[in-house]
Structure formats: structure tokens, C-alpha cells
Design a protein around this ligand. Structure first.
Ligand code: GLA
Length: 352
């Protein structure tokens, strides 16, 4: 008797360092957080066997649509329909289901609630189909699944994001950061050994929307810089070469190039237990994102300043920018400012 139910959990992420490097074949060092999205799926729960019914418990909203060729929709519905459609397009067998979605990652705060939703949905739907004897075409490859989920963002939501959020959610591990080289897609775990130091996020209060923000514009600028330099990605461009670019492309490329170096330096600092050094790198990353990449806002600046004034050894915006959350690093004994939420590295996405 096949099980009628499946479930999956996928975490959000905090990017320790390495911002706007993923779509430039660069380096990043995110970690999965303990907060995430949980999806429970019950077979045949829709009105008919070939339909999906989805309940978003946090929002008190629902959706219903046919498994085959779902129509487009806005907001969270777009992510659910997109994940179903992209799974089907990639050849994953699916069964009609009722989906119960709940989560504790704040939406739009730069903690990747959308990647967590896509990944949890995908894992729950794949598990449910396989309970019904409908195995996926190939053994589940987490990197391929990350690409599939990123296609939901680009094809269904209109955000040309990279693979940072999905890879962090899928490869995260307790007490580990995930060191990703987006050129080779090599992923290595780096112990997030904080030795009493603490990481905390504060919401700037400003909500971002990738599609309408400058995110896609920044990507286009990086592409243009590559065309002018005759390289296929900014990873290939020697730092001296960047001088030839006109502004603002030079500044954009200089951010990416220096941010890659800061990721390598952060890995070294973590391995050496040099947390004060990590704080210096976080500050440098933020300054570069603000001054060269121009993705900060007044509300984000205020939040970063407040964290530094309240004793953070380093603070920076995380995620795509134009609002969202700020990350702060606090020395042992320092108290966290009001409203700060401590974040720890938790396990990656999994079937329940
Ligand atoms: C968002 C995107 C990621 C990445 C970051 C910036 O989180 O989804 O792919 O580009 O912005 O580092």
C-alpha cells in the first residue's frame, strides 16, 4: 500500500560573504539557517487526481490548479505553480496532491524564503510520487534540483537569480558554512566554528522585490562588462583588466572581483579561528556593495550603522540588496541589540 503522504523541510539561508558573485561564476560562503519552509503533501487531496490544491497556512490563502500546464499566477502561487511545472518539464512524474505549506522564514527579508519554498515543494512532490512507485528518471542530483528551482525564479517570477540560495538550502549542514565555487559548482563544507561569537540578523524593514528592483539590471551590467572585456564571466577577468571598463561597469566588476577575494579570505579566517578578521571582511564586503555595486538603501545603511554602534565587530547587508536584512557578528559577551535574531547553521533540505 503506497503511503498517502510525504513531507519535506527546506531551510532559508544567510550568506556569510560572497554577494552578487554567484551569477558571475564567483565564490560565496552561505549557510543554511534553522528556519525554513515545511511542505506536507497528501496524494489525491485535490478535487480530482490530476489537480494540486495548496494551502499557505501562514497567509491563510489557498490555490488550486491542474498538474498539466498550470497557468501563471502572482505571489506565492507563482512559486508553487512554477515548481510543479518545472518538475514536470524535467521529466519528474507527479501525482495530484493537497499541499500544506508553513514556514518561519520572514518573506522578502533576504533570507531566501522563496528558495526554501521551491526546494521543500520539489522534495515533497518527488517523495510523494515515488511513494506511488513513480520514481524520478535519475537519481536525485541536488545541484540539478537547485538549477530547476532557480528556473522557477527566472521563468515564473521574473527574477534572474543565480544558484546561491537553492544550493545553500540543499547543501547546508549543521554548524557548517557551504563554500561554493560557481565556476566549477564544487561545494565544500567549512566549519562555522564561532567559538562563542554570534551571528544575528536584523530586518531593515524595507521589502525588496527582485524583479522590480535593480537586481536584473546589475546582472545586465555584469554581462555588458564581460562583453567589453571579451571574457565569458567576470571570474576570468584579471583585476588589472577592469581598469579599462567605463563607469559604472568598472565599479560593478571591481566589487565582484574583490568580493571573491574576500570569500577566500573569510574561509581562511574561519579556519584560523580569526573571528575579528572575519568582522573586518564583513565590513569591507558591505562597503563594496554600497559604494561599488550600489545595492544598499538608506534603511539598510541605518541598520548597519545601528549594529556597528551597538557593538557588532562587522555588519553587512545580505542577499540581493535594495532592502532586506543585515547580518552582524558579535564578540563573546556582547549583547545582541533589540530586534536582532541570532542565526545558526542548521541542516540542509530533507524529506521528512
Ligand atoms: C539573491 C539571489 C542570489 C544572489 C544574491 C546576491 O539572493 O537570489 O542568487 O545573486 O541575491 O548575492
Amino acid at each position: 500500500m503506497p503511503s498517502e503522504r510525504s513531507g519535506a523541510f527546506a531551510p532559508g539561508r544567510v550568506n556569510l560573504i560572497g554577494e552578487h558573485t554567484d551569477y558571475n561564476d564567483g565564490l560565496a560562503l552561505p549557510f543554511a539557517i534553522t528556519a525554513g519552509v515545511t511542505v506536507h503533501a497528501q496524494a489525491g487531496g485535490g478535487r480530482s487526481p490530476d489537480r494540486i490544491t495548496a494551502d499557505a497556512h501562514d497567509l491563510g490563502e489557498s490555490d488550486e490548479f491542474a498538474l498539466a500546464n498550470p497557468a501563471r499566477a502572482d505571489g506565492w502561487r507563482g512559486y508553487v505553480r512554477g515548481t510543479v511545472a518545472e518538475l514536470a518539464r524535467a521529466g519528474f512524474p507527479l501525482v495530484g496532491a493537497r499541499l500544506e505549506i508553513a514556514g518561519d522564514v520572514p518573506r522578502g527579508a533576504g533570507l531566501s524564503s522563496s528558495a526554501a519554498l521551491e526546494v521543500a515543494l520539489a522534495l515533497a512532490l518527488i517523495a510523494l510520487a515515488s511513494e506511488h512507485g513513480r520514481e524520478p528518471p535519475d537519481e536525485l542530483d541536488r545541484t540539478a534540483l537547485a538549477r530547476l528551482c532557480a528556473r522557477v525564479e527566472s521563468e515564473w517570477v521574473g527574477a534572474q537569480t543565480g544558484l546561491l540560495d537553492q544550493l545553500a538550502s540543499l547543501y547546508g549542514a549543521a554548524e557548517k558554512a557551504v563554500w561554493i565555487d560557481f565556476h566549477t559548482l564544487r561545494i565544500q563544507e567549512v566549519p562555522l566554528a564561532l567559538g562563542g561569537w554570534r551571528l544575528a540578523v536584523v530586518d531593515s524593514g524595507e521589502r525588496h522585490a527582485h524583479a522590480s528592483s535593480g537586481y536584473n539590471l546589475r546582472r545586465a551590467e555584469c554581462r555588458q562588462a564581460c562583453e567589453l572585456l571579451g571574457v565569458s564571466s567576470l571570474r576570468e577577468a584579471e583585476p588589472e583588466l577592469l581598469e579599462r571598463l567605463p563607469e559604472p561597469l568598472r565599479a560593478r566588476a571591481q566589487h565582484v572581483s574583490s568580493e571573491n577575494e574576500r570569500v577566500s579570505a573569510a574561509v581562511a579566517a574561519l579556519r584560523a579561528g580569526d573571528l575579528a578578521g572575519l568582522g573586518v571582511l564583513l565590513n569591507a564586503s558591505h562597503e563594496s556593495l554600497r559604494d561599488l555595486y550600489a545595492v544598499s538603501t538608506a534603511a539598510v545603511e541605518k541598520t548597519v550603522q545601528a549594529l556597528l554602534e551597538e557593538g557588532a565587530a562587522g555588519a553587512r547587508m545580505i542577499g540581493g540588496g535594495f532592502g532586506g536584512s543585515v547580518l552582524g557578528l558579535f564578540a563573546p559577551g556582547a549583547s545582541l541589540p533589540a530586534g536582532a535574531r541570532e542565526v545558526r547553521a542548521g541542516p540542509g533540505a530533507r524529506a521528512l
